[in-house]
Design a protein around this ligand. Structure first.
Ligand code: ZN
Length: 78
């Protein structure tokens, strides 16, 4: 049996306070950078850190060549 490899991504879920659209972005971008982003639905700017709803760690299960076999939520970071 071949050994599965793993990779992780810290993801933040935020909501646009103007129209209620939800976004999932890499946390380094959405939270750590603390910059405003433009909502793709209504066009208004908002701060993902201030309207953060959830932050989780996603685990990617990879095959020997690095292709993603499965994705799962591993833990809550918020
Ligand atoms: Zn919006």
């Amino acid at each position: 049996m071949s050994q599965r490899k793993k990779a992780y991504l810290d993801v933040s879920v935020s909501v646009c306070p103007h129209c209620g659209a939800f976004y999932a972005d890499a946390s380094w971008y959405a939270v750590v950078l603390e910059s405003d982003v433009e909502c793709g639905v209504c066009g208004n700017a908002f701060n993902p850190k201030k309207s953060l709803k959830d932050r989780i760690l996603i685990e990617f299960e990879l095959d020997e060549s690095g292709k993603v076999v499965a994705v799962k939520k591993t833990k809550d970071l918020k």
